[in-house]
Design a protein around this ligand. Structure first.
Ligand SMILES: NC(=O)C1=CN([C@@H]2O[C@H](COP(=O)(O)OP(=O)(O)OC[C@H]3O[C@@H](n4cnc5c(N)ncnc54)[C@H](OP(=O)(O)O)[C@@H]3O)[C@@H](O)[C@H]2O)[C@@H](O)CC1
Ligand SMILES: Nc1ncnc2c1ncn2[C@@H]1O[C@H](COP(=O)(O)OP(=O)(O)O)[C@@H](O)[C@H]1O
Length: 450
């Protein structure tokens, strides 16, 4: 058993159907899985208890409740007072939520919701077994809007995608994992992103060795977004970074605060990696047909995505680009516009939405937000476990787009999917601070990380 995040290793994720299959096969040679699960829950409980009060164990009707009952036995044997039931004891030292796990199949009943509320109100830390009760394992959506908010969750046997994206991160608290000694015997449904090292710089390399990035965007009043993307590409190590600020007279500096940045245009830089749309405004729409046709690698963000969402010709131009030549980086609202659906229905199944976008536009897609999802037409979907609410501030997405451009400029042979995975994880890790991280400071943290 170990605390899952941060992880440097890429780890397999299994949806409910796959977890069920793995469990069924494992039970044929290891019939004591529930004993192992209950023991793991009891061990973690001993470490998490606060004070001498009883451990309140709320057990449900299925095997999740079975895990809770085994944990009750183990804790009793260890001399720990336990209270098994649906009402809170006086001053519990810990709550074990063993009500609902993988078998959740409907909105928790009113009675169940009252137990969730009692857990939240009793003042003790909450440890959820396998999943916070009410959380849908495949999507991270609370069923009917109701799920336990745990302080800790101990995932058992497999890691499920819903623990890591959607509302999962908010409901799981600290995420622990115990594989119960079982090695999964089928291909994962998705994967949790690990860490990729930045490209090494050869001792004799020069600026021409590290590629070019062209950032196209910057509507009046929004030039900061394009400049943040350009600064991020520069900090990432791109050899030369240019800005095509669509509404700025050509004789003005690209970025007075960063004299390293240059003005440039597609005509002069046809081999650059394009970072399109940051602070783009309406002007970017007119530039997109040429950009989509000519750039061999492009990261498309913000107003460029909004333009594509409303223009069938641009959508066709996007689909016509070569394989693995494009990364789209929509936040949920931009993604909903691209799919022509409501943000809430998109957020209800983020993996499915990202996969559908990747299929529809034949691109790599980074669906941003807590637990960013990276999907590509022929790659395993990845979920990002790094990052946090410090990133929830204007400009952090522009930094991501620029960073991806900078990475790709230095690794022209890398696939769009590999670039997206490496960049999203690095961006998330750099964003793991208490409080708020201004986008400019995020660039500095990204640059300082190895
Ligand atoms: N087998 C093993 O050895 C291992 C098992 N493991 C553990 O087993 C868990 C899966 O167990 P599970 O399949 O029994 O499902 P579980 O989540 O307990 O729920 C099913 C019950 O809940 C009910 N129910 C559903 N929704 C409801 C709602 N909203 N409100 C109220 N009731 C609701 C549903 O009712 P029904 O649909 O039948 O009417 C049924 O009675 C897994 O998460 C892990 O903890 C692991 O430790 C590995 C080893
Ligand atoms: N709560 C959060 N947890 C993890 N990452 C977050 C969170 N909030 C925002 N982010 C990340 O911050 C970035 C915000 O991007 P975006 O919404 O496009 O911002 P902007 O357009 O202002 O630059 C995305 O990479 C997103 O995944």
């Amino acid at each position: 058993m170990h605390l899952l995040l941060p992880t440097t290793a890429t780890l397999p994720l299994f949806d409910v159907a796959a977890s069920r299959r793995i469990e069924a096969r494992a039970l044929t040679h290891s019939p004591d899985l529930m004993a192992r699960a209950g023991l793991a829950v009891a061990k973690l409980s001993l470490a998490l208890r606060r004070g001498d009060g009883p451990v309140w164990i709320a057990c449900g009707p299925g095997n999740n409740g079975g895990d809770g009952r085994v944990a009750a036995q183990r804790l009793t044997e260890a001399g720990v007072p336990v209270h098994v039931g649906h009402n809170a004891p006086r001053r519990p030292s810990l709550v074990i939520d063993a009500l609902l796990g993988l078998g959740l199949n409907r909105t928790p009943s009113t009675e169940m919701q009252l137990i969730f509320a009692a857990m939240a109100a009793c003042g003790a830390p909450v440890l959820s077994v396998d999943l916070p009760s009410g959380l849908l394992a495949d999507t991270g959506l609370p069923a009917g809007g109701h799920a336990v908010r745990a302080d800790h969750t101990l995932a058992l046997l497999t890691l499920k995608p819903g623990l890591l994206t959607g509302e999962g991160r908010a409901h799981c608290g600290h995420l622990w994992f115990d594989d119960l000694g079982i090695a999964p015997d089928e291909a994962p449904s998705a994967e949790l992103l690990g860490t990729t090292r930045r490209p090494a710089r050869g001792a004799t390399s020069h600026k021409g060795s590290h590629g070019q990035v062209l950032v196209v965007g910057g509507a009046p009043g929004m030039q900061g977004a394009a400049r943040l993307a350009a600064r991020a590409a520069l900090a990432c190590g791109a050899g030369r970074v240019y800005l095509d600020l669509l509404n700025l007279p050509a004789d003005q500096a690209a970025d007075p605060g960063r004299p390293e940045l240059m003005r440039g245009t597609l005509a002069a830089l046809p081999r650059a990696v394009g970072v399109l749309g940051c602070g783009g405004g309406a002007a970017v729409a007119a530039a997109l047909p040429d950009l989509l046709r000519q750039l061999s690698r492009a990261v498309i963000d913000a107003d460029a995505l909004n333009a594509i969402a409303t223009d069938a010709g641009l959508q066709q131009a996007l689909r016509a680009r070569p394989d693995s030549a494009t990364v789209l980086t929509p936040h949920p609202l931009e993604a909903a516009r691209l799919l022509g659906c409501e943000t809430a229905s998109l957020q209800a199944d983020r993996l499915a939405a990202a996969r559908e976008l990747a299929r529809r536009f034949a691109c790599t897609v980074v669906l941003k937000g807590a637990g960013s999802v990276i999907a590509s037409p022929s790659e395993r979907t990845a979920v990002c476990g790094s990052g946090g609410p410090a990133l929830a501030t204007a400009g952090s997405g522009d930094v991501l787009a620029g960073w991806l451009g900078g990475l790709w400029a230095q690794q022209p042979g890398a696939s769009a999917h590999a670039i997206a995975c490496a960049g999203v994880d690095a961006h998330g890790r750099a964003g793991e601070v208490d409080g708020v991280l201004r986008a400019g400071d995020l660039i500095e943290r990204l640059a300082a990380a190895r």
